[in-house]
Design a protein around this ligand. Structure first.
Ligand code: FAD
Length: 453
């Protein structure tokens, strides 16, 4: 989508748009510095990250008098809330992701570059990438988060995080392979360890993952492995505090725990993991749980890139932003979504999709205000409520102060997720998949797709 009317300024890389390099760079010296924009050229807004925040900001700028350059290390936008369904063989990865170029192909003031951002030079107003430097007039950092292992050493080596498609596929392969290994195992204790699946973290991801995993095993895999004794299978959900789904009302938290028990998930409160070696989970209490699978859903933090940007960082490595979402001392740099740290009512805003989406709108609007010379708008978060599903027919919902559970909450969860999923094709395929699984107790994606662990 190259245009002849300026366009974002990229230096280095294989396919620059309008590049204007200094003579020293042309001679192969330091990375090329882009020349200042010609008089009258439109300012360039570089957006790093094509997740929830980055994509929304890009769309919001479609009629603004700017050129937008969207950068991501992947060529797709991922709908993370359904990742656990890929990990539990319910959906294929391509059903919850879509190429960024396909999503934004009609946006005339936008270009996309697949490259990894490695640093930032705020004084020169340029972003450093593995393919060269990119100059910006305004920068929106929407780089998201990563799994937080809280400094535990063994856990990141042996456990499975759930943050991206390859991780979800690894979990799927590992769970299915555990059943194949259990079929070959003669020692009953080792067989039980193969069939013990520990999920750590009682937030929405842990609750949804544990519920879906138990249903995969109890409704589907028992049919594939009739010779295995289902009594050997354990799914545990370990939570360090005394509650699941922290911010939800007590009634919903209790309903979630009860539903999980009904679905054969052993919920353990006050259970803090201190180490894991791939075969045994060690708890702070000294208890050891033999288990060959540990899925870590206990924490998130901003991507480690935020520590390499030369910007201040706060809790979880997030970059503190002003109420108008720019970084103090850097009025041209906006940080949004999981990577941004902003408090509301004394608490940090949660690392959730609605925060990223709403911040994106404010950041894009404020860039337009800057261009128009009008005062920026402070960010005000509107909480749309929270939802978590616990398998078929079961969910908890807290929307506009109303708490409800069971089938109605589950239907709301389904509708909300279908609406939010990007791409008509994805919506149709996911709906068909869910319908098929619901009526036939199936999970279509039960393939082990790699040989090695
Ligand atoms: C398993 C799971 C389930 C979740 N469920 C829910 C839910 O039910 N409801 C909810 O509200 N939220 C949920 N979340 C949280 C939600 O997905 C995040 O809050 C949201 O994605 C944050 O949006 P973002 O734009 O800040 O970052 P992201 O959507 O994570 O996007 C960040 C983008 O930046 C790119 N990127 C990162 N580093 C670089 C780099 N160095 N160079 C180039 N590109 C880079 C990434 O590839 C990614 O595309 C869930 C998260 C996970 C992992």
């Amino acid at each position: 989508m190259l245009r002849d009317r300026g366009g974002p300024r990229v230096s280095g890389g294989s396919a620059p748009t309008t590049t204007a390099t200094r003579p020293d760079a042309a001679r192969g010296g330091a990375p090329a510095l882009p020349a200042p924009p010609p008089p009258g050229a439109r300012p360039t807004v570089v957006i790093v990250g094509a997740g929830f925040g980055g994509l929304r900001a890009a769309r919001r700028l479609r009629h603004a008098p700017v050129d937008v350059l969207l950068v991501d290390r992947h060529n797709y936008h991922l709908f993370q809330p359904l990742l656990y369904q890929v990990a539990t063989a319910g959906l294929e990865p391509e059903q919850i992701a879509r190429p960024v170029r396909a999503i934004l192909r009609r946006q005339r003031n936008l270009e996309f570059r697949m490259t990894e951002v490695t640093g930032l030079e705020p004084a020169e107003k340029r972003v450093l990438t593995t393919d060269g430097a990119i100059a910006y007039d305004y920068l929106i950092l929407a780089v998201g988060g990563e799994t937080n292992f809280f400094g535990l050493e063994g856990v990141p080596r042996h456990a499975y995080g759930l943050k991206d498609i390859p991780e979800a596929i690894r979990i799927r392969n590992h769970v299915l392979r555990a059943f194949e290994r259990a079929m070959l195992e003669r020692d009953p204790e080792r067989r039980r360890a193969e069939l013990t699946f520990v999920v750590v973290g009682g937030g929405p991801t842990g609750v949804e993952m544990a519920g879906a995993l138990s249903e995969l095993i109890r409704l589907v895999l028992v049919k594939d492995y009739p010779r295995l004794n289902v009594k050997d299978v354990r799914v545990l959900l370990l939570e360090a505090t005394d509650r699941l789904l922290g911010p939800m009302p007590a009634r919903l938290r209790e309903a979630a725990a009860e539903t999980l028990w009904r679905k054969h998930v052993e919920v353990r409160f006050g259970a803090t993991v201190s180490d894991y070696d791939g075969a045994r989970v060690l708890l702070k209490s000294g208890e050891v749980i033999p288990a060959c699978s540990l899925i870590w859903a206990a924490g998130v933090k901003a991507v480690s890139l935020t520590a390499r940007l030369g910007l201040p960082t706060a809790r979880q490595g997030r970059v503190p932003v002003t109420p108008t979402l720019d970084v103090a001392g850097h009025p041209d740099i906006y940080v949004i979504g999981d990577a941004a740290y902003l408090e509301a009512g004394g608490d940090a805003l949660p690392m959730m999709a609605p925060v990223a989406l709403q911040m994106a709108e404010t950041a894009a609007t404020n860039i337009a205000h800057r261009l128009a010379g009008t005062p920026p708008t402070p960010f005000a978060y509107r909480d749309p409520g929270s939802l978590a599903t616990i398998g078929r027919n079961a969910a908890v919902a807290y929307i506009r102060g109303i708490a409800f559970t069971g089938f109605p909450a589950w239907v709301v969860w389904l509708v909300v997720h279908i609406i939010q999923l990007i791409g008509f094709r994805n919506k149709v395929f996911v709906l068909l998949n869910w319908g098929w699984d619901y009526f036939f107790y199936e999970r279509a994606a039960r393939l082990i797709t790699t040989m090695e662990e």
